[in-house]
Write a protein that binds this ligand. Sequence first.
Ligand SMILES: Cc1cc2nc3c(=O)[nH]c(=O)nc-3n(C[C@H](O)[C@H](O)[C@H](O)COP(=O)(O)OP(=O)(O)OC[C@H]3O[C@@H](n4cnc5c(N)ncnc54)[C@H](O)[C@@H]3O)c2cc1C
Length: 376
Amino acid sequence: MDRVDVAIVGAGVVGLSIAAHVARPDRSVLLVERHESFGREASSRNSEVIHASIYYPPDSLKGTLCRRGNELMYALCRRHDIPHRNMGKLVVAVTEEEAASLPALLEVARGNGAAGVRLVDGGEARRLDPNVRCVGAMHCPSSGVVDSHALMQHFRAVALNAGAAEAYGVTLRSLERVADGFRLGVEERTGTRFEFEARAVVNAAGMGAGEVAALAGIDQDEAHYRIHYRKGMYFRVMRGIDKLPSMLVYPVPPQDATVGIHTCPDLAGGMRLGPHDTWVDSVDYTVPEDLGDLFFEAVKPFLPSLDRGDIQADMAGIQSKRFGPGEPSRDFVIRDEADRGLPGLIDLIGIESPGLTSSPAIGEMVSGLVEDALAR
Ligand SMILES: Cc1cc2nc3c(=O)[nH]c(=O)nc-3n(C[C@H](O)[C@H](O)[C@H](O)COP(=O)(O)OP(=O)(O)OC[C@H]3O[C@@H](n4cnc5c(N)ncnc54)[C@H](O)[C@@H]3O)c2cc1C
């Protein structure tokens, strides 16, 4: 294959959703992924929460795509039997001081368009989930969890059924603008290199997205495309969850611009706690066992039945952020780079949380950009 209509770089949940949305029998679409299979990075190392968009500004891409993604996600999961659970979320206040901050939190959540959010007192919170202790909470009924692997398998199956092809173990090394599109230089695991052309290129490379844009000549620093790695670590609750919450339970957000260590019930009946976030310079998925006290102290106030011996270090994932330590948060970038002289290069940069929730909506949005690029 020396020429395709659309090349998609990155087979995480975002690249796969885009492939599912753009593939058609009369169009050649190729997914290029450096690992031996799909979903080996952020898309399989996250909390699997379907977010309600309580924290993202309403007119940001994070806000609009999260709200649309939340709706699309439940519809998709119901229609295609993708394992998921809409158990709702409680953002819990464990002191009167924290409770005093809940009305402001509710106002932000409502302003951001989160569906059905309301405040409940400690008694009602306990009726919603008997294993939670708090003096008050914000209830977000549209939060839930999804099996991210099953979601990716669904997108992949839709893409392949519509005629898309995939190339695994293949890393993009060069990206050059040519007369009617782009020339892509790729390298296989064996070191073999080859080139092909694409009329449109979608950069859904997660941690590698800034570098892919740079291959096309975009200055990562000037564009704010440089990716900073934020590692999120999890501990697992090692016993049955009969005395632990079945809902998502989050603390009132701490002052460090994180959502705080929360419960992540999984669909197999288990539960993780996390994430605890830290900036890293390189990919490192280790979780030090000696963080156990920190995790325990963080959740003990609202999970009184938990014992220190119940938790063990589990897994970690890395968020791809467009900002580094001390810098203000930045939105997703999703755009055709026509104004940089690169029409048909569609960059997706900084697709951190809520990227999983947003993935069906991102697929929808990018498919519009691809149609425009191919129609030029
Ligand atoms: C700890 C953590 C918790 C999170 N929790 C949630 C949550 O609860 N809810 C939510 O909505 N979101 C959450 N997220 C965010 C969500 O997981 C991501 O936004 C989403 O998975 C991003 O998907 P992606 O396809 O863009 O990236 P990825 O899954 O990272 O995929 C990118 C792919 O590109 C490939 N690639 C990179 N460079 C190249 C190259 N040069 N050539 C070929 N292939 C390349 C990579 O190998 C990778 O497979 C969380 C993320 C983390 C890390």
